[in-house]
Design a protein around this ligand. Structure first.
Ligand code: GLU
Length: 479
């Protein structure tokens, strides 16, 4: 079979995580079967659909690398086709005009509710042969008996009795076709073989299958993907944090990490965590997607992103990092090459944003001390050690990692303190915090004058109240 899948977002917002995961599953299924992935923009809600949202969705798909083979098709450009199908259904008496007033519908719904029944259309106009005069809608004549069997590729068999369904509106009184009609016409015309979508559409599926059959077509296969929950297991929403895919780009996540994360959300292959694209395509099975909703776990996403950051080409990461530095208003000409930073900071950040933040000290003129680090390491006990370190660093002819390393070794030996007691005050003086790559590397990436100036600032900050000798230092200076 020539597999054809589609992603059919409504352009009423950005590409959110749930949509992206549905798109990923549709894309993977098409790729796995050498099929075709169609992008369709369901923009019939003229009031809520915007071009900005279309662009945002396309941007998100492009960033994730979910390239479509056909489309984007726009439903607003296909109204003529929908009307032709509606007319065909009318001609075959598979649809009919209905002029029931809002008041009448409200009354019957009220009665149904009071009898604890589901509010539904009672078929009043079914056989009244209403003429298309003024205010009317067109309804689909849903079969009254029998049942619809949905052999859902994720949920399994779902059976819905036709007596549960009513005659749904396929054309509104303002002349526009409704969602259920246009989706069926599109899925039919676009030759969609597998409809993979969020399970919030499951209740539409039996109605759509009946329309397919009325049009003389076998419906496609369906796979309804469970929703994504927040960490508190309520439906994922803005109150859980970022839900737009592009917000994750801005926060410094890599698209391949995002894709890997979305794939693993509700699908597993043994205990394998990392999947390359070819592996995803090879190993993904729609039928193995979990039936229960999956909960979003930011810690897991961070872990995955860190893995991808570590394994990616440092040159690529450097280019991406530069963009994040720019957001911090960092002038890259004031410090080392971004590539050198990436190499030095390997494995130390979960996101590009974090990487830019923990690396900004290399470029900034003024070092801000983290209060905790300063109170622990920039104490009077550190003063003489920093002083000795400063003078030895000042004497260095060559400003290299090795030479700096030797100086720190020497200071530790000569003063009789542990290496950490030399390195930590120095680190806080240069970085502002108690964490950075190796102290030698950290210094070597800066120029000598900047390092000496920062040490002087730290010495000034400490201003010891009494002179201490090195013997006392090991006793009083506790890590
Ligand atoms: N346009 C619908 C939505 O964004 C999806 C319809 C479908 O996949 O059938 O929820």
């Amino acid at each position: 079979m020539n597999v054809r899948t589609r992603f059919a977002p409504s352009p009423t917002g950005y590409l959110h995580l749930g949509g992206a995961r549905t798109a990923l599953f549709s894309w993977l299924y098409a790729r796995k079967h050498n099929g075709t992935f169609v992008l369709r923009i369901e923009d019939t809600d003229l009031e809520r659909s915007t071009q900005k949202s279309v662009d945002a969705i396309l941007e998100g798909m492009t960033w994730l690398g979910l390239e479509h083979d056909e489309g984007p098709f726009f439903q607003t450009q296909r109204f003529e086709r929908y009307h032709a199908i509606i007319n065909q259904l009318l001609a075959q008496d598979l649809a009919y005009y209905c002029n029931c007033s809002r008041e009448r519908l409200d009354t019957i719904h009220q009665e149904q509710r009071s009898k604890k029944l589901k509010p539904r259309y009672d078929g009043h106009c079914r056989d009244r042969k209403v003429a298309p005069s003024s205010d009317y809608v067109i309804r689909f004549r849903n079969p009254e008996t029998g049942a619809v069997f949905i052999d859902d590729m994720i949920k399994g068999r779902v059976i819905v009795q036709n007596s549960e369904l009513d005659d749904l509106i396929i054309r509104r009184s303002n002349g526009t076709p409704t969602y259920n009609l246009s989706v069926v016409v599109d899925d039919m015309d676009m030759g969609i073989t597998h409809v993979i979508r969020g399970d919030d559409h499951l209740n539409n599926t039996p109605r759509q299958m009946n329309i397919f059959r009325a049009l003389g077509q076998e419906p496609p296969r369906y796979a309804h993907v469970p929703m994504i929950l927040g960490p508190d297991r309520t439906r994922l929403s803005k109150r859980h944090g970022a839900t737009s895919v592009m917000q994750y780009k801005e926060a410094g996540y890599l698209p391949e990490a995002m894709l890997n994360y979305l794939l693993r959300l509700g699908w597993a292959y043994g205990d394998q965590e990392l999947f390359t694209r070819p592996e995803m395509i090879e190993l993904f099975e729609l039928t193995q997607v979990h039936k229960a909703p999956a909960a979003f776990d930011p810690a897991k996403l961070n872990w995955l992103n860190q893995q991808y950051l570590n394994n990616a080409d440092p040159k690529r990461i450097a280019i991406l990092l530069e963009q994040h530095f720019r957001q911090l208003d960092i002038d890259l000409s004031q410090g080392p090459d971004a590539l050198a930073i990436v190499q030095a900071q390997q494995g130390r950040a979960h996101t590009l944003k974090e990487l830019s933040e923990i690396s900004s000290f290399w470029y900034q003129n003024v070092v801000q001390y983290d209060p905790k680090a300063a109170s622990k390491h920039l104490r009077s006990t550190a003063y003489p050690i920093l002083q000795v370190t400063r003078s030895k660093l000042a004497d260095l002819k060559e400003w290299t990692t090795e030479a700096i390393h030797q100086v720190i070794d020497q200071v530790a030996q000569e003063t009789g303190v542990k290496m950490g007691k030399v390195a930590q005050p120095l680190r806080v003086a240069i970085v502002g915090r108690a964490a950075s790559p190796g102290i030698d590397v950290t210094l070597a990436l800066l120029d000598k004058e900047t390092c000496l100036r920062r040490i002087d600032n730290a010495l000034e900050y400490i201003q010891p109240t009494k002179e201490l000798n090195f013997g006392q230092i090991n006793e009083t200076y506790v890590f």
